[in-house]
Write a protein that binds this ligand. Structure first.
Ligand code: URA
Length: 235
């Protein structure tokens, strides 16, 4: 069985932050195999008997992370050439196979959900669930009412594929918020392409009702909160 630092184990199993875990340990609230333990850096077995305030804790089954993807990184678990979104969390979770639940293009940035829970990813990506995705998009041609009406009605791509209705909210002459309820390869670029406009930059700012944490620098990530997870699960 793999070994894990006690403070890391606590963060996952008890859903607490690193500093909360430190306080709990310092306060003598944590036992390992029946003995009070105050050392966060102690290595324990992932199936060790750990209690918090007398209640047994179990290793968390899955991990759910919000990553602020930088440009130039591919949305995959592994890649022979490029850095991947999963690489950012590899050092902290070396024994988990994290993958992105939904993709962003290499030159796009913003909210990527990383997890090792396949059923969860499948559920939030399911076309039946219509979990919306919100983007901030800069284009190289002025936004028009024709685009707005076309997006609302459902754009037909150059190859004849019909897209579901989407929301296009102009924030400036070249800047818009776009909300999609499906995920098709290069969807936004192809939708604007129908109107002769090119995408200059694209950032995903929300998945469903969960907003990208503005405190996350490009390449930084954090765990999703219980509330955020429940909102994505539709509870
Ligand atoms: N649409 C695109 O064209 N690219 C993305 O990365 C996301 C949506």
């Amino acid at each position: 069985m793999a070994l894990i630092r006690l403070d890391k184990f606590l963060c996952g199993a008890a859903s607490v932050t690193r500093s909360e875990a430190k306080k709990l340990l310092a306060g003598g609230f944590v036992t390992v195999e029946g003995n009070i333990c105050r050392a966060g850096d102690m290595k324990i077995s992932e199936d060790a008997a750990v209690t918090l305030r007398g209640a047994p804790l179990r290793r968390e089954q899955y991990v759910y992370l919000m990553l602020n993807k930088p440009k130039g990184v591919v949305s995959a678990s592994r890649d022979a050439r490029d850095k991947t979104v999963a690489d950012f969390a590899k050092a902290e979770f070396p024994r988990r196979t994290l993958f992105p639940a939904g993709r962003l293009d290499k030159d796009s940035e913003g909210f990527i959900l990383l997890t090792d829970d396949g059923a969860f990813a499948h559920d939030i990506l399911s076309p039946r669930r219509h979990v919306s995705k919100t983007y901030l998009v800069e284009v190289d041609a002025p936004l028009t009412e024709e685009m707005q009406a076309g997006f609302a009605q459902g754009v037909t791509l150059a190859d004849g594929q019909g897209m579901l209705p989407a929301q296009l909210l102009p924030l400036g002459p070249y800047l818009a918020q776009v909300v999609l309820s499906q995920g098709v390869y290069h969807q936004i670029k192809r939708m604007f392409g129908v109107y002769g406009a090119g995408v200059v930059s694209l950032k995903r700012t929300a998945i469903g009702g969960v907003l990208l944490d503005e405190g996350l620098a490009p390449g930084a990530y954090r765990r999703l909160t219980q509330k955020e997870l429940e909102s994505l699960r539709g509870k």
